[in-house]
Each structure stands twice: as structure tokens, then as C-alpha cells.
Design a protein around this ligand. Sequence first.
Ligand code: ATP
Ligand code: MG
Length: 365
Amino acid sequence: MMAHDLLLLAGDGIGPEVMGEVKKVIGWFNANGMDFAVEEDLVGGCAYDAHGQAVSDATMDKALRADAVLLGAVGGPKWDKVPYEVRPEAGLLRLRKDLELFANLRPAKCFDALADFSSLKRELIEGLDILIVRELTGGVYFGEPKEIRDLGNGQKRAIDTQVYDTYEIERIAAVAFDMARLRDNRVCSMEKRNVMRSGVLWNEVVTQVHQDRYGDVQLSHMLADAGGMQLVRAPKQFDVIVTDNLFGDMLSDVAAMLTGSLGMLPSASLGAPDAATGRRKALYEPVHGSAPDIAGQGKANPIACILSFAMALRYSFDAGEAADRLEKAVESVLAQGVRTGDLLGPNGGAAVSTAQMGDAIVAAL
Ligand code: ATP
Ligand code: MG
């Protein structure tokens, strides 16, 4: 069996702390029949400190060759004043751009032990497991023209342009259908075809891709505003939601808050399948940032980063069973009442450290 090449970029703040726990998990899988060849490198502020760039060309080469990249977090107050082009976040943006990661996957899964954390009633979210697939490189965030025009009469005009080409919609639709096949086989596509031409094309192309290649998957369509409402009213009706960059930005944050803490949320960004191997370029990372307020104190919750590795198992390494096992280990540790500080409710209780949480998850594996 060929080793799985995994590049770990722990980054700044709590990044190295949470990544340390992922390394324990990888160690467990390597001791139990899997074969990960792990490389580590710098990204973000620490990379800037080391060689004046938020991600070096050498690191970029490693990222391009790896089967998957797992990132911790970048940034922090220490680098607030560094030049814009080399700020820590620029490292993350270059990785996304050079790996051509056009599909952002944000799961929202409710762990029963944490169901009371949600802003919604327990019965609405108990057992919730949805995946938002957001188009990440097109749409109104990048379309031209994009400017503020001086109209010369004391007025200005701000212009953002929503642009989508057929191929961009085809490839994101394909990701959503592929993901659905690994889950509950249902996709809901969201746009606003009633007021946007891009919504009309989005709807047409998703429908066509479905008809041509994914007839086995159940497809539905919803206007994005109604979708937002349904997401809060009855979120369990969804399996995979596919939507554009702007709607996806908002809907994925709404979905995230259905389930609770920032310390629990993983994400993945995927590129096109390689022509020879079929493997997609992929970057996995927790949704949370570098959390400078708690960095270096052993307080960070490593679960978001550990669940990001579970996504890598599922989507990059074809190891769905291993991913299930890891997610179940997290679930059982939470059910035992093990909590990092961010997971303590208003009633308090005793918090475990980052390392204790990691150890508990490895023990549960
Ligand atoms: P960024 O701009 O990088 O997204 P941010 O300030 O928006 O950063 P975070 O760095 O994620 O967001 O921190 C937001 C809050 O959530 C902070 O108070 C932080 O301590 C807390 N937090 C974030 N991640 C975790 C974690 N893994 N464990 C515990 N607390 C966390
Ligand atoms: Mg933030």
C-alpha cells in the first residue's frame, strides 16, 4: 500500500496546540493499519518570521505534491503591522488560490451531548447532520467590474458584479453530488432565480449535471432566502446544500451556529479531480481562527482540527470507516462529559486541557 502524504501546517496561535492532538490521532491510525507519511512546515505569521513570506515557494511545492494539507490557524496581533501582501492570512489565500480550491465544505453536525448549546430547541437539532457546499472562487466576490465610481455630483456608485460561467457551476454541482453519494444521497440547490440571472443559470446547470451524471441522487431546489428560513425552522430536512459564494458564506455561518461552539467546526476546501489519479487537491482546516486570547495556555479545544482530519480521511483518503470511527470517538468522549472550557455551559464544571481532550479521544479510538 502506498503511504498517504499529508502536509501539516500548524500555523500560529492555538494552531500548534490543536495540531499536536491531531498528531496523536494520526499516530494511532499509523499504529493500527494505516500509513500516513507526515511532513510539517510553516504557514502564516511564523512563516513570515522565518523567511519574510506567509507561505514560501518551497512550502507551496510541498502543498501541491501532498495528497492533502491540514492547516491549524494563522494570524495574531503580533503581525498586525506587517505589510498587506505578506500578512499571515495571505498564506492561506495563496494556498487556496494556487491549489485552485473552488469548493468549500462546511458540515454542521450536532453532537447529542452538546445539543443544549444550540440557539434552537434540542428536538430541532438532535441528530442533525448537514453539509454545506459553497462555491469559493467565483460569484460576486470576484466578478468584474468591481469598483466605487465617483459620479461627480457628490454621489458615488458602488458596483459588485455576480458572474458565473457554466463550468464553474458544473464543477461545484459535481462536488455536491459526489458528497451526497457518500452521505444520505440528497442535494438541495439554493439560488435566487426569481431576481438574479446567475440564479437562472445556476438552476439550469445543476439540473443538467444531475440529469447527465447523477440521476441516482435526489435533487431539490430552493430560493436561498427560503432556504435560510428552513435552515433555522427545520434544519434536519437537509442533507447536502449546494450554493454560490455569497449565499454559501452566510448560510454556512447560520448552519454552524445551529450546532454550537466554534471549537467543534471542521471544514474542507477541494479542487478539481486530477486527470490521472482522480484525487482532488484538498485543504482541511478548523473554522475557528488562531484565538490569540487563549493561545499557549493549553485551553484550546482540539476537536475542530481533529474533525478536519476526519474529513481528510473521508474525502482524500477514501477511508470512510476510519472517519466514522474517529467521529464516534469524539462523540463518546463528549458523552462521557469531557469538556474543554469553551464547551462548558452556563452551569460551569471542570474543564480539561487541550492535551487531555486529545488523549481522551485517542483512548476512545
Ligand atoms: P479570525 O479572524 O482568525 O477568524 P477570530 O477572532 O474571528 O479570528 P477566533 O480566533 O476563532 O476568531 O476566536 C474567537 C473566539 O473563540 C475567541 O475568544 C477564542 O478564544 C474562541 N475560540 C476559537 N477557537 C477555539 C478553540 N478551538 N477552543 C476554544 N476556544 C476557541
Ligand atoms: Mg473570524
